[in-house]
Design a binder for this molecule. Structure first.
Ligand SMILES: [Zn+2]
Length: 234
């Protein structure tokens, strides 16, 4: 498997640089975000990263935790959903609206980040990353408006919002931006034949072991449709 494919699946960290103690980014995305941050500061915004790179194992913990009910799963209104009330396939889609299957997250690449505006809130503000914060009247609405104008004018240092619209897959995420020149090349590396062995718990191409995907029996029969709905079309 090529280095590009390993990065696409979240199995390699060798290309990353530090942005903050707990935030790592692709170097080109780091430089572009640095430029964007300076321009935002001139407009009165203090851009911060809530989440940058996230690896395959971390994404597996999140997904398995949601499937098993150890982590909360919410609907569009932020209301917690109840596992026993949903058939397996419904539960799967409830999870995939907000969380990617391991190996398919754009956060694996270091080119994608979730942002907020520290200038808009108090130092003790608890970030929720929910649509209301970024909508008109929300705490980050001015920053969102400014950034969306830059993106619309193709003047956002290469960043865009892959989850801006609801296409029936991943729910809209106004906080998620992607450095397009870096990100575009990874999407085509994501394929069922690379994911399924990993999800079964087989060693990856580097020889490392990973936790199996608990929901594999539900995912495997519909893998191509799921990749189409939640990965390729974004
Ligand atoms: Zn994100």
């Amino acid at each position: 498997m090529s280095q590009k494919a390993l990065i696409a699946l979240g199995l390699s960290t060798s290309h990353l640089v530090d942005w903050a103690p707990d935030v790592r980014l692709d170097p080109a995305a780091r430089d572009a975000f640095s430029a964007l941050t300076h321009r935002a500061a001139n407009a009165g915004f203090s851009l911060r990263i809530a989440s940058g790179f996230r690896d395959y194992d971390r994404q597996m913990q999140i997904i398995n935790g949601k499937w098993d009910g150890r982590r909360p799963v919410s609907d569009a209104q932020g209301v917690a959903l109840c596992r026993p009330s949903q058939p397996d396939e419904d539960w799967l889609h409830s999870i995939l609206r907000y969380s990617a299957l391991p190996g398919t997250s754009r956060h694996h690449w270091g080119t994608d980040l979730d942002i907020w505006d520290a200038a808009a809130v108090d130092a003790d503000y608890t970030l929720r990353l929910d649509p209301g914060e970024y909508s008109p009247g929300g705490v980050f609405s001015d920053m969102t408006l400014w950034l969306d104008e830059q993106i619309a004018a193709d003047n956002a240092e290469g960043f865009h919002k892959p989850y801006a619209a609801d296409r029936g897959g991943v729910a809209p995420e106004a906080w998620h931006i992607s450095y397009r020149p870096g990100a575009d090349s990874y999407l085509s590396e994501i394929a069922a034949e690379r994911l399924l062995p990993l999800w079964r718990g087989e060693p990856d191409p580097l020889g490392n072991m990973h936790e199996p995907l608990t929901m594999l029996h539900v995912v495997e029969p519909r893998i191509e449709a799921l990749l189409n709905q939640y990965v390729s079309t974004q």
